[in-house]
Design a protein around this ligand. Structure first.
Ligand SMILES: [Zn+2]
Length: 410
């Protein structure tokens, strides 16, 4: 048998290659990720096996404790049971068996953090060793032992994705802060993987992951408070409620619901708002039953629209009364012409109704609310100026507009 038959990373069929004399330790064998072919290891074994593989002699079998990778790679090479270099030990207790395997592997760099976590967990539970003793025996700190073991508290799906995507182990800590919230953990892990693979989006540092956790926990707390105060969605019963744009407005974030309602009165928001508007405009709203209006919403809406139309007309009439200084019969372009033609323009930008003019000599002008056609049919333009901040700059702007208006009128 030669290595050409195998591919690097290919899974090893344990059942096929194991000698009948050998059994696998039920705990120790679970620590490892699946065994895969390592061609380098196979080549090094060709020069001879230097370290013996450690077995524990049980009643009718040799239980493999240390060196499972070497053992199976020897078997892949076709080495017989007799020719395997072995160290078979008798009278090894369960606890010592676990310790032996763990110290052998944890001191080696090829044990990944997840494998370590499983080994440590076995020793603490099956080996009945205390965290303190184990730390001493492995030459690690107690917090190292505890934090490795804690990795196993992550839900299986999260753990698997974490391992599969080779996420740095440091990210386990922020993930564990979301204990019991698997969806949130999945979301965070997704962001982390994004950050690793894309580089321009997602969470890219452990600090950023911690911030994500803090933000999420605050959101959850806010949501819980909201729920405690207002209760669930009156329409669909979902607990996924959120505050709206207006005071007391709530909305449902459940899929396909999107119900909006008043937090205190529980009335649908549209209905509540209609009632409010009508009241402000002096309409008497009569409810036959709570939530049942005597007037139809359409009738109320029409009344409100008529009233609003009247207000618009009044506002326009008031605008006609605005100081004449800020109106001109000239069109907008005519007004701007002297400025455009002049040498004093640094920048002129027209965006819809907004015009920004920057003059070379330090004066900033900012116009808005332009282009209004008046009822007399004459094309008129009205200019408002808005200075930035200081009163005197506003005054200076007004002075400029007055000057321009005068030029345009002339
Ligand atoms: Zn709902």
């Amino acid at each position: 048998m030669t290595e050409q038959q195998f591919e690097e990373g290919q899974a090893i069929d344990i059942a096929k290659y194991k000698d009948k004399e050998v059994s696998l330790h039920p705990e120790i064998f679970k620590w490892r990720d699946a065994l895969t072919v390592d061609l380098g290891l196979m080549r090094s074994l060709e020069d001879g096996q230097i370290q013996p593989i450690v077995f524990r002699l049980l009643k009718d079998t040799h239980e493999l404790l240390v060196g499972s990778r070497r053992y199976f790679h020897q078997k892949l090479r076709g080495v017989s049971w007799e020719d395997i270099l072995k160290d078979v030990r008798e009278n090894v207790t369960e606890r010592d068996a676990l310790l032996m395997a763990a110290s052998e592997n944890i001191f080696r760099v090829d044990f990944n953090p997840w494998e370590e976590a499983r080994a440590i967990n076995s020793l603490l539970t099956k080996g009945k060793i205390s965290v303190k003793d184990l730390a001493k025996k492995l030459g690690k700190s107690q917090s190292y032992i505890s934090s490795r073991r804690a990795l196993l508290q992550l839900p299986k799906k999260i753990r698997e994705r974490f391992e599969k995507k080779d996420v740095p182990i440091g990210y386990a800590s922020p993930l564990m802060k979301l204990e019991g919230m698997e969806e949130a953990q999945a979301a965070l892990l997704g962001e982390i993987v994004d950050g690793m693979t894309r580089g321009y989006s997602g969470v890219r540092t452990i600090e950023a992951a911690d911030e994500f956790v803090t933000r999420l926990k605050k959101e959850i707390k806010d949501k819980e408070e909201l729920l405690a105060k207002y209760g669930s969605c009156p329409k669909c019963g979902s607990k996924n409620i959120a505050r709206g744009y207006r005071d007391n407005q709530l909305h449902c974030e459940a899929e396909d619901c999107d119900h909006r309602w008043h937090g205190e009165t529980k009335e649908p928001w549209a209905y509540y708002e209609l009632k409010q508007n009508a009241q402000e405009m002096g309409f008497e709203i009569v409810e036959e039953e709570p939530g049942q209006l005597k007037l139809t919403p359409k009738q109320i809406a029409e009344m409100i629209e008529r009233k609003a139309e009247k207000e618009r007309q009044e506002k326009e009439a008031a605008e006609e009364e605005l100081p004449k200084n800020f109106r001109s019969k000239a069109t907008l372009l005519t007004l701007l012409e002297p400025m455009i033609a002049g040498d004093n323009i640094q920048k002129l930008e027209v965006r819809d109704e907004k015009i920004e003019i920057q003059l070379i000599e330090g004066m900033d002008l900012y116009f808005d609310g332009l282009r209004k056609d008046y009822a007399d049919g004459v094309s008129k333009a009205r200019i408002m100026t808005a200075g930035w901040g200081r009163d005197d700059s506003v005054k200076r702007n007004h002075a400029h507009v007055n000057k321009m208006t005068a030029v345009a009128d002339a």
